[in-house]
Design a protein around this ligand. Structure first.
Ligand SMILES: [Zn+2]
Length: 318
């Protein structure tokens, strides 16, 4: 662990804090210790498929990978919701949301969410010639999915009886219009909330969305809309991060507002927190690889994935 923290690549800038965090990091349960290499491998397996753009073979394969992985880890129930959606360009796709439920009979539930589609255009790339290329989505897509799959690996067969966990992999998050209507984003989630498989009794008490959680040396600020819609949960998750040894990663200050899946889930009645890198020290907003052709494995930091996954798992088990 210490060795890993000390050699996490070129992005480490003589940062003693990372080592301290690794030393202090702790799981709240002995059988729920997130593994940095396992998380990294989950990102890698998705990236190896190629960009997971709507309608592509890689996208279908990624859906199958998620379903098979969940089943392999003993997740009790795996359901697929399909719905036709129209992008801002007028293209029609069948969105496919995947829900894995651990301990489905339990009424005390938590919802974890990540999008698995990737953006068809690298329209934030500094090189305009790249704007029509697809984004590989190692950070934007695969990193959040990796945290959910790691949760399934650790807790799929072995979760305490008093908590149920819903792992929701949403589709069609990232085909929205830059600077356009917010409803052009998160098309899969917008369909999912219309037909949530819950009663008032077993509806999750809160949700956590994981998006862009694998960047080098990433810091996570309290995202604006999460504070508006789920302040108490933000407080608790950031406190759990400190108790878990990741107070340096989860900065207890307000970050910018992001149009993301959590907005639609909160509006549908499940207060949802977005853990997202939205205050990068170089850009002031997202990670520099955001919506560029550089969003590849080179931008993935095992220790960031570990910090986020351990915090999320600890928060769920608390
Ligand atoms: Zn994106």
């Amino acid at each position: 662990m210490l060795a890993c923290a000390g050699c996490s690549g070129a992005a480490v800038r003589g940062n003693a804090g990372a080592t301290e965090a690794a030393e202090a990091s702790q799981a709240f349960s002995d059988n729920a210790v997130a593994d940095a290499d396992s998380l990294y491998a989950f990102v890698e397996r998705q990236v190896e498929l190629g960009p997971r753009c709507p309608g592509s073979e890689a996208h279908r394969e990624c859906g199958s990978l998620i379903v098979n992985t969940l089943k392999g880890y003993g997740v009790d129930s795996v359901a697929v919701q399909r719905a036709w959606v129209t992008t801002f360009e007028g293209k029609r796709y069948e969105a496919c949301n995947i829900l894995g439920s651990i301990n489905p009979g339990c009424d005390r539930r938590v919802l974890l969410v990540a999008h698995y589609d990737t953006r068809p255009w690298a329209d934030n790339d500094p090189d305009e010639a790249m704007h029509t290329r697809a984004v590989t989505g190692a950070n934007d897509g695969a990193s959040g999915v990796a945290v959910l799959l790691e949760t399934a690996r650790l807790l799929g067969r072995d979760v305490p009886g008093n908590v149920g966990i819903d792992l929701l992999f949403v589709d069609m998050e990232d085909s929205g219009e830059n600077g356009g209507d917010e409803d052009s984003w998160c098309l899969g989630t917008q369909e999912w909330v219309k037909a949530m498989p819950y009663t008032l009794t077993n509806r999750p008490k809160y949700g956590i969305l994981l998006d862009m959680v694998g960047g080098h040396d990433a810091r996570f600020y309290r995202e604006y809309f999460s504070e508006q819609g789920a302040a108490a949960h933000v407080d608790r998750i950031w406190a759990v991060a400190r108790e878990s040894g990741y107070g340096d990663r989860f900065v207890n200050r307000r970050g910018g507002g992001v149009v993301d899946d959590h907005l639609f889930i909160t509006r549908a009645g499940i207060p949802c927190v977005d853990i997202i890198e939205c205050v990068n020290e170089h850009t002031g907003s997202f990670n520099p690889t955001w919506h560029t052709v550089s969003d590849t494995m080179d931008g993935i930091d095992r220790n960031t994935l570990k910090a986020v996954a351990q915090t999320v798992i600890n928060a769920v088990l608390q």
